[in-house]
Ligand binder design. Structure first.
Ligand SMILES: NC(=O)c1ccc[n+]([C@@H]2O[C@H](COP(=O)([O-])OP(=O)(O)OC[C@H]3O[C@@H](n4cnc5c(N)ncnc54)[C@H](OP(=O)(O)O)[C@@H]3O)[C@@H](O)[C@H]2O)c1
Length: 210
């Protein structure tokens, strides 16, 4: 698949590196085209440039930017390929103190993104997985970290679940995009435990089923 990394920071570059290693054509976008080119060559991606160029012709967009950058960056993706899958990895923190999530009344960050870019198919995924886990891989002593996957388009959701499986995760179908209302606060709990309570980021959620 042609996958555009929209935001080449710890999550974007981390997932992008594994997706490229798995044989996908990864295109890196950044506000700074030179930085994107450097990051692209570092992670084995085939292209680096501005957000707009990276997204052009992509089958999937991996949105890995801070919440406060979303409006500006989505503006550059306005004419992203119609029907592309937008994998929303963001957590809607108010600011970089990461103390508070934006409270949406009857909505979520993912649903707001879908409303702003109606031509793409938004799927929430990976937002509860920490960047160091993404970097080192999802295996915890034989148990794969879960990725909660929520979206309204069945085919788009299956595409993201397949990508997660390819990278060794245990994808969990969490239902429609509105489930992001519950998955985003779950990431808030993980961040509080990792950084507020000192457990560190080398932990992941696993859904146990019987
Ligand atoms: N870190 C984690 O463990 C983790 C886990 C799950 C989910 N998330 C979520 O994933 C998203 C990305 O997190 P991250 O840790 O990868 O962030 P990061 O390392 O800070 O990278 C964010 C990237 O977003 C781009 N960006 C675009 N607009 C921006 C703006 N206005 N301000 C700052 N950066 C901007 C930057 O790239 P350019 O400057 O090159 O454009 C930067 O490389 C966030 O929404 C976060 O809540 C993070």
């Amino acid at each position: 698949m042609k996958i555009a990394v929209i935001g080449p920071g710890s999550m974007g570059a981390g997932l992008g590196r594994h997706l490229a290693a798995a044989g996908h054509e990864v295109r890196v976008g950044s506000r700074d085209a030179e930085r994107a080119r450097e990051k692209a060559s570092e992670i084995g991606a085939s292209f680096g440039g501005g957000y707009h160029e990276a997204a052009a012709e992509a089958d999937a967009l991996l949105l890995t930017i801070p919440w406060w950058g979303v409006d500006e960056v989505l503006g550059e993706l306005g004419d992203a390929p119609s029907g592309a899958v937008l994998i929303d990895v963001t957590n809607p923190y108010k600011d970089d103190t990461f103390a508070e999530l934006v409270e949406f009344s009857g909505s979520s960050g993912a649903e707001e993104i879908q409303r702003k870019v109606p031509g793409v198919r938004v799927v929430k995924a990976w937002n509860t997985v920490f960047a160091p886990v993404v970097a080192s891989g999802p295996d915890f002593g034989g148990q794969a970290a879960s990725v909660f996957v929520a979206g309204d388009d069945a085919e788009a959701k299956e595409t993201v679940m397949r990508l997660a499986r390819e990278l060794g995760y245990d994808p969990v179908d969490a239902g429609p995009l509105s489930s992001a209302r519950f998955i985003e606060p779950l990431a808030g709990l993980m961040v509080r435990m990792a950084y507020g309570l000192g457990r560190g980021p080398n932990q992941a959620l696993k859904l146990l089923t019987r």
